[in-house]
Design a protein around this ligand. Structure first.
Ligand SMILES: Nc1nc2c(ncn2[C@@H]2O[C@H](COP(=O)(O)OP(=O)(O)O)[C@@H](O)[C@H]2O)c(=O)[nH]1
Ligand SMILES: [Mg+2]
Length: 183
């Protein structure tokens, strides 16, 4: 059995925990605890370690999905997770322009450490003030030629989460396509 790892990252409130929990095949390991700091103002619980879930891609390949904590003080945890990942999905809340800068910092953080393919998942596109993918990509500093794949995803909807996973799985293909023919 081969295991591939996909990291789900993004700023606080982007939808990472919801995304990972929606995958639930076997029930997720939740690491949310009551927030005790300024994050409490944003939401009632916050992820202190990571979210985890897994799905079976085929009889021989399992996909493990790790949601990172969003707070900068948990940098080391991002590092730990990304070092072992085959791909990552970066969730960006489409209605929060103020998240662009911290999101750019996450991208820079990731790129400095490892060359891992990325998909951008736009969340909160159903919310008032949601920006277009064009505006968001520009806001994140991408030109026309250097864009990663972008998917719109509502982390509450299983079908939407699976569609985003399918896009990510395309990036993982070099790692697992050949596995079906082994032995
Ligand atoms: N309307 C809407 N709410 C969302 C969406 N994605 C996440 N949320 C909500 O945003 C809040 C933060 O989500 P959470 O998964 O805890 O974010 P995390 O900090 O990235 O783990 C929760 O209340 C979610 O229900 C979305 O696409 N649309
Ligand atoms: Mg979380």
């Amino acid at each position: 059995m081969k295991t591939l790892r996909l990291v789900v990252t993004g700023t606080v409130g982007a939808g990472k925990s919801t995304f990972v929990q929606t995958v639930s095949e076997l029930g997720s390991v939740e690491t949310d605890e009551i927030a005790t700091d300024e994050i409490a103002a944003l939401k009632k619980t916050t992820t202190v370690a990571f979210d985890f879930n897994r799905i079976q891609l085929n009889s021989q390949v399992a996909l493990h999905i790790y949601g990172t904590p969003g707070q900068v003080r948990f940098d080391f945890m991002w590092e730990l997770l990304i070092q072992r990942a085959e791909a990552y999905i970066l969730l960006v809340a489409a209605h929060r322009r103020e998240d662009f800068q911290p999101t750019r910092e996450i991208i820079a953080f990731m790129q400095k450490r490892v060359e891992v393919p990325m998909v951008i998942g736009l969340t909160h596109t159903d919310c008032a003030g949601a920006l277009s993918s064009e505006e968001i990509l520009t806001g994140l500093g991408y030109g026309r030629s250097d864009r990663p794949p972008v998917v719109v995803v509502n982390p509450h909807h299983r079908a939407s989460v699976f569609a985003a996973l399918a896009t990510s799985a395309v990036l993982l293909t070099p790692h697992w396509a050949g596995e079906q023919y082994v032995g």
